[in-house]
Design a protein around this ligand. Structure first.
Ligand code: HEC
Ligand code: HEC
Length: 209
């Protein structure tokens, strides 16, 4: 691994290349390769450090690495999570590439946004922390963590995510358009949520940290 990372660094002229030799791998992932892929292919939409500026492109900074790698594999398979934008991005990536770019983003510093809708933020907070007993929606915090940090390997980070993206994903789970959640966890939850609840919790999550 060390030899390969060093060889790669020689061929690349991006600033910071010299730092790569210090920590070429993390959990078996090739960080130098991850940084190269991110800079050359992904940065245009997800931002140079994974804090995407546009609300339709998800932030990837500090995301649980195993989750990111799984999403890339799912986009490549093009069955349970489809995106005309991401599918062609994921298709050329090998499993090792996915692991590498996921480890790169996991190591980036996240930038949190803020909730915008004062009228619904307390509803969003209530739902996030306590769920909705009347409709059987469980507390999001139970899996995604009280501050939305996620749980490595199991549950993705939600903290600070763009509300527009979160809303789109919850709607996609609700309509079964996105069906890559293990044991239908998120589809069953989203099916019990109203449009108003989805918008409120997505807005709350944007400022959660
Ligand atoms: C042209 C813009 C664009 C480029 C380039 C791009 N993405 Fe994306 N990415 C998106 C959009 C839009 C979505 C949301 C897709 C959806 O609707 O589910 C997304 C979603 C994702 C997700 C899912 C995030 C989550 O929280 O579930 C991951 C992971 C991801 N991209 C990684 C990458 C990687 C790695 C690259 C580079 C190899 C890349 N993207 C290049 C636009 C882009
Ligand atoms: C029982 C555990 C559990 C609970 C409770 C839960 N989630 Fe999830 N959630 C998951 C898992 C697992 C995934 C990852 C699915 C996958 O692998 O694609 C996920 C994914 C998501 C995603 C997609 C993230 C992304 O970056 O695309 C969103 C958004 C989300 N959950 C929001 C919520 C909200 C809002 C609530 C509360 C109303 C909630 N979740 C409650 C387990 C849970």
């Amino acid at each position: 691994m060390r030899v390969r990372a060093a060889a790669l660094a020689v061929g690349i002229t991006i600033a910071g290349a010299s730092a790569w030799a210090a920590e070429p791998t993390k959990g078996g992932a090739d960080l130098a390769r991850g940084e190269k892929i991110a800079a050359e292919v992904c940065a245009a939409c997800h931002g140079p450090d994974g804090n995407s500026p546009l609300p339709e492109n998800p932030k990837l900074a500090a995301q649980v690495a195993a989750y990111t790698a799984k999403q890339l594999a799912d986009f490549k398979a093009d069955k349970t999570r489809k995106s005309p934008i991401m599918s062609p991005m994921a298709t050329p990536l090998s499993e090792a590439d996915m692991k590498a770019v996921a480890a790169h983003y996991a190591a980036q510093k996240p930038r949190v946004g803020e909730a915008h809708d004062k009228a619904t933020v307390s509803m969003g907070e209530k739902l996030y922390r306590g769920g909705n007993a009347a409709t059987g929606v469980p507390a999001c915090s139970g899996c995604h963590g009280p501050a939305g940090a996620g749980v490595p390997a199991q549950y993705p980070r939600l903290s600070g995510q763009h509300a527009q993206y979160t809303t789109a994903q919850l709607r996609a789970f609700r309509s079964d358009e996105r069906s890559n959640d293990p044991n239908q966890i998120m589809r069953q939850i989203a099916a019990r949520m109203s449009d108003r609840e989805i918008a409120a919790v997505a807005d709350y999550i944007a400022g959660l940290h």
